[in-house]
Design a protein around this ligand. Structure first.
Ligand code: NAD
Ligand code: MG
Length: 411
């Protein structure tokens, strides 16, 4: 009989959280939800608590937690309601859970995700920002505490599925020549460069193939998402940046490939639906029904591939640069990007300001080694401060059109 898994789902009200719970609900005999967390979406967490009856419901925001507690009092759901970052860390490391789905968006995920690693849990990792900010520290913690890491990000899950079963972190020893990391190219792959400065948050969030949270949708439009994924792949699979080839593949059917020294290329294909990688990671090493439809290969008919355009997507170049500089630079890149995306989503800055502020922030901060979480959090907050100040000091009405900003960023 399959062992029941006891779960904490960090970021349960988001897009990955929702897909995870959809898969979990299909297998009530295999999973028990022990803790659900969210930032401040009281209504959604309340509904999830009624459906999944967790022992803990945690909200980062204290007022939201109070409201949730009031609402739960009117029901027979006995969940203990907690708030704050320490409570997120606590439910990520409870003795009564074995598995954590790390699906908080952004840098906010790092402390709870690290806490689950320190507690030696089985971690299903969607929160790529943790690996970008603190790749070495996080991987060392996972090894030291014998935690298990399973990639949920569709590309990394595809790579994992295409690697030999006995893969132990030694890529060359496994006969791997390189990784082909696929990217859809997002909604602006073919747009006139001059038009990029005028695109709206709605346009940037309208991904051609995937339905996702807002932050990762904008990251896909700038291709920063692929940049973050290059860094994620580097740490997860111990692969040198020059052995990771980004491949623009607009259909998002091949989720990534592994090329071996004998010339074989193994790929994982499927509909663009996150329930596939989530079910793979939840059931691993067994396969589980996920609710995903069969792939209609005749309807897809064609698969296309293009080299990435670093001029159109300066964020991708900046991510490679941050990875090759190492130390604090990936954390700086990530923090500046989070600030830029947040402000872009309010409509206050043009799309093309995103790479410009990231580049400015990276240039303003000296390279430094990072030893512990404290170093990472310091690099993160310094980069946020510099990025915010720079954005505040620009006169966006007076700016020559954003193309100039884009040019500055690509030159
Ligand atoms: P989302 O915005 O839809 O959901 C984010 C979740 O995190 C929500 O539950 C929210 O309440 C919670 N959250 C937000 N800020 C928080 C904070 N400060 N403290 C605690 N909790 C907070 O995001 P998403 O699209 O589900 O993405 C989640 C993560 O998964 C991201 O790191 C993203 O890069 C990664 N990912 C997502 C997809 C996808 O298809 N959505 C695919 C691959 C990887
Ligand atoms: Mg991905």
């Amino acid at each position: 009989m399959t062992k029941i898994r006891h779960l904490t789902i960090l970021g349960s009200t988001g897009s990955i959280g929702e897909s995870t719970l959809d898969v979990v609900a299909r297998h009530p005999d295999r999973f028990q939800v022990v803790a659900l967390t969210a930032n401040k979406n009281v209504e959604k967490l309340f509904e999830l608590c009624k459906q999944f009856r967790p022992s803990y419901a945690v909200m980062l925001n204290a007022q939201s937690a109070e409201r949730l507690e009031d609402k739960l009092r009117t029901t027979d759901v006995g969940a203990k309601v907690l708030s704050g970052i320490e409570s997120l860390e606590k439910v990520a490391s409870l003795p009564e859970i074995d598995t954590v789905v790390a699906a908080i968006v952004g840098a906010a995920g790092i402390r709870p995700t690290l806490s689950s690693a320190r507690a030696g849990k089985h971690i299903l990792l969607a929160n790529k920002e943790t690996l970008v900010m603190a790749g070495r520290i996080f991987m060392d913690t996972v090894r030291q505490h014998r935690a298990t890491l399973l990639p949920v990000d569709s590309e990394h899950n595809a790579i994992f599925q295409s690697l030999p079963q006995c893969f132990n972190g030694d890529l060359a020893g496994s006969g791997v020549r390189r990784i082909l990391l696929t990217a859809s190219g997002g909604p602006f792959r073919k747009m006139d460069l001059e038009m990029l400065e005028t695109v709206t948050p709605e346009q940037a969030c309208a991904h051609p193939n995937w339905v996702m949270g807002k932050k990762i949708s904008v990251d896909s439009a700038t291709m920063m998402n692929k940049g973050l994924e290059v860094i994620e792949a580097h740490w997860l699979f111990n692969v040198a940046p020059e052995k990771i080839q980004v491949v623009v593949h607009p259909q998002s059917v091949i989720h990534s490939m592994v090329e071996y020294i004998d010339g074989s290329v193994l790929a994982q294909l499927g509909n663009p639906d996150m329930r596939t990688p989530i079910a793979h990671a939840l059931g691993y090493p067994e396969r589980m029904e996920s609710g995903v439809q069969s792939m209609d290969i005749f309807k897809i008919a064609q698969l296309n591939f293009e080299a990435p355009d670093f001029k159109r997507f300066p964020c991708l170049r900046l991510a490679y640069e941050a990875l090759s500089k190492g130390g604090n630079m990936p954390a700086v890149l990530n923090a500046a990007n989070e600030v830029a995306v947040e402000v872009f989503l309010t409509g206050k800055i043009p799309f093309t300001a995103i790479p410009a502020v990231i580049e400015h922030t990276m240039e303003s901060i000296d390279g430094q080694e990072m030893v512990d979480l404290d170093d990472v959090l310091k690099a993160d907050s310094l980069a946020r401060e510099i990025a915010r100040k720079w954005l505040d000091n620009q006169d966006w009405q007076e700016q020559p059109k954003g193309v100039a900003i884009l040019r500055r960023a690509v030159e």
